[in-house]
Design a binder for this molecule. Structure first.
Ligand code: GTP
Ligand code: SPV
Ligand code: MN
Length: 606
């Protein structure tokens, strides 16, 4: 790699003295060859992407403008939940769902790891803001990283660079300190590898200090620290202290045929359909859907109502399953270029491909390992793209991004959807009776694990509010926060629904066609918000009455629709002990309101 020549000193000439001191301190510890302050310009992007091509990290794609292919180390392909820690001052602060270590002990361990870890590399300083620079309270961060891949990805995913730094300097602003290293110093005379990383990985949060330390991984949420680490784990702790919400939710604008607008949010676990629902093209006539966010919602009360903003600026979407048949809007976004594709396959003529992009398998590919792959390989079941391969693309390139995405005040939310991947038990759609019941439903959300996190796939686990890996403090306190907000803002909380696109029929296939057809469920939800949409009471909540779901023109048999949407008391009786066991984890931190809801459910099912 050619050395980046720069005349800026370590401190980058910043007038933000505290920031300059932190950067100098990190540089002294990690001993990089040089320090580069990131300005966020196109020239800088061009220089860095060129360097990454030269280093073999990036391959420039001939068929996609200003776009690049990267393959990670095969052992660095997803979030590492077992290496993720919430190092609050006390173990109770991290609660029953997080890994914890004493913060002093963790700092001592990691300081040893960081010592000299950037030798032979460039240390980049990225000033960024999550959400809008024009927000009432701009949410600043600075990520220090030794990965140019991370810098380029952050330029897509967040608002970064000189303008942010200038405003931080004017305000002498506080910011979340995000320290990242791939943990792979280059010894004298040693050749670098395309994807440096370490077998030792730590993704660590110090919630009281609003600080993140990440070591050893270059992939996704492990390394792009503005995303899950800041905008969910640290922000959830801030939100708890300050009376707002930082949630793992998409934000969707729906316009009905009468022109009435509703904004909804939806929390589904990783790789369970947020990006796809955020970009939905409704199949029912007269309905329009637009995206404000596809992964994270920050929600605050203003004038008594809950408003949501998307803190991100880009899409980091699951590639496999995203294609012309299922998500044309994502394909349009990617078509415009300016993207980074990681762990997908390449075509011989310089384009990208992954499972589900097209119905037909291509003849010839270079798979995510960089090896030749043929149609015969594909027919034999050999994947060309890693299941957690991702596209990283500016959100404004998506044709259905709503103008409200740019509004620093966000949009007023009328409904919250929870969902997960369940082959059985959970019906297509259920409405909660009220806020406490909705919070109970959210607290018991369950889903089959996916490739988005390292570890087994397809195992059912509880994932409260789809936040299991992302609550940055005690999850019992998190549930109490939900209950408390409902009391404080009684009468003004959104309606709550539970959905499941993934129930299976007797043949093992998906009973519900999903994707664009999910608009039929959204229609019923909006009708409910407006006082219509027939529903029947069940022990678990309200489900659509017979004929209430618009199935006109739907390519599914009445039996399939019945399988997808029915409430089955036996399945729910079998679920009860699992819910019991889950909520028992919270001990005396379980909010009384949720214990009461559980009791009520048991009685209704008996
Ligand atoms: P993260 O970005 O990891 O948080 O995932 P996500 O929640 O944004 O999930 P995404 O929309 O990327 O979907 C993940 C996978 O689920 C993809 O392979 C999709 O094709 C698939 N998927 C999404 N929606 C549906 C649906 O309605 N039905 C079915 N059967 N699959 C779906
Ligand atoms: C997820 O796992 O929920 C993702 C991908 O969105 S990552 O950013 O890697 O966390
Ligand atoms: Mn997504």
């Amino acid at each position: 790699m050619t050395a980046t020549t720069t005349n800026t000193p370590t401190t980058g000439g910043t007038t933000h003295e505290e920031l300059a001191a932190w950067v100098a301190e990190v540089a002294a510890l990690t001993t990089p060859d040089r320090v580069v302050w990131i300005d966020g310009s196109r020239e800088e992007w061009d220089r860095l992407t060129e360097e990454l091509v030269e280093a073999g990290t990036f391959v420039k794609l001939d068929k996609k403008e200003n776009s690049f292919w990267a393959a990670s180390d095969p052992n660095d392909v997803a979030r590492v939940e077992d290496r993720t820690y919430i190092c609050s001052k006390t173990q109770e602060g991290a609660g029953p769902t997080n890994n914890w270590m004493d913060p002093d002990e963790m700092k001592s361990t990691m300081t040893d790891l960081y010592r000299g870890c950037m030798k032979g590399r460039t240390m980049y300083v990225i000033p960024f803001v999550m959400g809008h620079l024009e927000a009432d309270v701009p949410m600043y961060g600075v990520e220090i990283t030794d990965s140019a891949y991370v810098v380029c990805s952050m330029r897509i995913m967040a608002r970064i660079g000189s303008e942010v730094l200038a405003q931080m300097e004017r305000e002498t602003a506080g910011y979340v300190k995000c320290l990242h290293s791939v943990g792979a110093p280059i010894a004298e005379g040693e050749q670098d590898v395309p994807w440096p990383c370490s077998t030792t990985k730590y993704i660590v949060h110090f919630p009281e200090e609003r600080t993140i330390w990440s070591f050893g991984s270059g992939y996704g949420g492990n390394a792009l620290l503005g995303k899950k680490c800041y905008a969910l784990r640290i922000a959830s702790a801030m939100a708890h202290d300050e009376g707002w919400m930082a949630e793992h939710m998409l934000i969707l604008k729906l316009t009905n045929p009468e022109g009435k607008v509703h904004y909804i949010v939806a929390a589904f676990p990783s790789a369970c359909g947020k990006t796809n629902l955020a970009m939905i093209e409704p199949t029912i006539p007269g309905w329009k859907a637009e995206m404000i966010g596809d992964d994270i919602a920050w929600m605050r009360f203003r004038d008594g109502q809950l408003y949501a903003v998307n803190p991100e600026n880009g899409l980091f979407g699951v590639a496999p399953g995203t294609g012309h048949p299922t998500n044309e809007n994502a394909m349009h976004a990617i078509e415009k270029g300016n993207s980074i594709f990681t762990n997908v396959a390449r075509t011989p003529d310089g384009d990208i491909w992954w499972e589900g992009m097209t119905n037909e398998l291509p003849e010839q590919l270079i798979d995510w390992h960089g090896e030749q792959w043929t149609k015969a390989d594909g027919e034999a079941g050999k994947l060309a793209a890693h299941p957690n391969s991702r596209f990283c693309t500016p959100i404004v390139q998506c044709p259905v991004t709503a103008p409200e995405f740019e509004d620093p005040n966000g949009v007023p939310i009328s409904a919250i959807l929870f969902g997960g991947r369940r082959k059985t038990t959970v019906p297509l759609v259920t409405q909660a009776r009220d806020w406490d019941h909705g919070t109970f439903i959210g607290s018991t959300v369950s889903s089959e694990t996916t490739a988005a996190a390292a570890g087994a796939v397809g195992v059912v686990r509880r994932d409260p509010m789809a936040m299991l890996p992302f609550v940055g403090y005690n999850a019992g306190d998190y549930l109490q926060h939900w209950v408390n907000l409902g009391k404080e803002h009684a009468g003004n909380m959104p309606a709550v629904f539970l959905v499941n696109w993934f129930r299976r029929d007797a043949d093992g296939g998906f009973a519900w066609p999903g994707f664009a057809e999910n608009s039929r469920v959204l229609k019923w939800i909006v009708e409910r918000l407006e006082g219509g949409g027939d529903a029947v009471e069940t022990p678990i909540g309200l489900i659509p009455a017979e004929g209430a779901l618009d199935t006109e023109g739907l390519d599914a048999t009445p039996e399939q629709i019945e399988v997808a949407s029915r409430f089955d008391a036996d399945e729910w009786r079998a679920e009860l002990p699992l819910i019991d066991e889950w909520l028992a984890k919270f001990g005396d931190k379980l909010p009384q309101e949720l214990a009461d809801e559980l009791e009520g459910l048991k009685q209704r099912l008996s």
